[in-house]
Design a protein around this ligand. Structure first.
Ligand code: GLC
Length: 407
């Protein structure tokens, strides 16, 4: 299986590969399209996932993918969630997301998986120069998150649009969109927010002052803790104890804030927080499971494991669904209203590593074998029906190859 899997992964990376020169930016690019038909640009967290997989069989390509992503880092440390390198007609959705001072990038972020990818590349290559080049840039991105994205200074990073979480239309954000009942209604509400942001030139002070979409997001913050921990390890590799300590301390602060503020004792669930008054967004989604990756108090950890293994919550035939089966918004079927039920393999990858780190080895093995089964029966699709295992959304979807890094 592993051999056959590796061959199909290599084939996908070859087919999804893009490299060339963007004359308008006067820069060369090198990246993997998430999917040739549906997602032909360079996306931030996709690229980090691609680099993680590439590091297993083509570490040179993995490095180039990350270096390409870093080329459009702005002077304040911001790294865009999409780079439009290619000279092709841009789809309509890009218009409202565009960065005010650069037409080739968006004005949004995505979950900060960057140092996790850098660490995998370093482990595979031992390349200190690559580390010396990329780690300060990742640090600058983390500095941006800490200074520009934490307006209330409570150590939790805020996102200003649902798409920044990577979980585009997850029902945890419905409340911020006026509880839409259809995909179209969500888009109307979301576009209205984009227009407001364009009206203030994406000025974050004004955006946070408006408080229309300020979510201290679970997934973003859990990933941020893991990224800071990776930074700490990598700084040690470079012999920089001072920076390593700063990153490790920061990771602890964010972790404590997640546990103290995002756990609802009442519901025995983690939730993202909305608005200046930090209200729990009470929908049980895949995000509620991700704090398992952290060091949780044992009684909380057990309660999350109980939900994860409950057949009517997060354990259908093909786990882990993006929304708990018990939620009224749960929909197992393919729909453009993404992240409202189907199983995605990037979140399975996170949970696999979380379970392994926390020594739930049987659960980790089970999740790995179910994830492999999904790929075997349905190929590399964007997401999968958690009840039937049928694939949905984009074809040849690159981050679904993360199954190769479940070991
Ligand atoms: C979808 C996903 C997002 C991903 C993008 C490209 O919008 O929700 O997380 O980055 O596709 O694959």
């Amino acid at each position: 299986m592993q051999e056959k899997l590796l061959l199909s992964v290599k084939k996908l990376y070859k087919e999804n590969h893009q490299e060339g020169n963007c004359p308008k930016l006067a820069l060369d690019y090198f990246f993997t399209m998430p999917s040739p038909d549906t997602y032909p640009f360079q996306w931030f967290w996709d690229s980090c996932f691609h680099a993680i997989v590439l590091s297993k069989f083509d570490v040179v390509a993995a490095k180039k993918e990350i270096l390409s992503l870093l080329k459009l880092q702005q002077s304040d440390g911001f790294i865009p969630h999409v780079i439009f390198w290619r000279d092709i007609e841009l789809p309509d959705w890009t218009a409202l997301e565009r960065h005010p001072s650069n037409d080739h990038i968006t004005a949004m972020i995505q979950p900060p998986v960057l140092t996790l990818a850098i660490e995998k590349i370093y482990e595979a290559s031992g390349d200190v120069e690559f580390l010396q080049e990329t780690l300060p840039k990742a640090q600058k991105f983390h500095d941006y998150l800490r200074t520009a994205r934490d307006p209330d200074r409570d150590n939790l990073i805020s996102i200003v649009q649902s798409r920044e979480s990577g979980l585009d239309f997850s029902p945890q954000y419905d409340k911020l969109f006026g509880n839409p009942e259809t995909f179209e209604e969500t888009m109307i509400a979301s576009d209205k927010i984009f227009r407001l942001y364009q009206g203030v030139n994406w000025d974050l002070d004004k955006i946070f002052a408006s408080d229309v979409f300020n979510v201290e997001d679970l997934l973003i913050n859990v990933v941020y803790v893991k990224a800071l921990e990776a930074s700490a390890r990598l700084y040690l590799e470079l012999g920089n104890q001072g920076q390593a300590d700063i990153a490790a301390d920061e990771a602890k602060l964010v972790e404590s804030a997640i546990i103290n503020k995002m756990w609802s004792k009442e519901d025995k669930s983690f939730y993202s927080l909305a608005g200046k008054n930090e209200k729990h967004l009470k929908v049980k989604t895949i995000s509620s499971m991700l704090p398992l990756w952290l060091n949780l108090p044992i009684e909380i950890e057990k309660q999350v494991i109980t939900s994860l293994t409950n057949a009517s919550a997060f354990s259908p035939e093909y786990p882990v669904p993006s929304v708990a089966l018990s939620e009224s918004s749960f929909d197992q079927n393919p729909t453009p209203w993404l992240w409202r039920g189907p199983t995605w393999l990037n979140t399975n990858w996170m949970l696999y590593h979380a379970l392994k780190e926390k020594k739930y080895l049987d659960l980790a093995e089970e999740l790995k074998s179910k994830s492999l089964e999904l790929v075997e029966i349905s190929g590399f699709r964007e997401y999968y029906n958690p009840v039937t295992g049928e694939g949905g959304g984009a074809h040849s979807f690159a981050w679904s190859t993360l199954v190769l890094d479940m070991n």
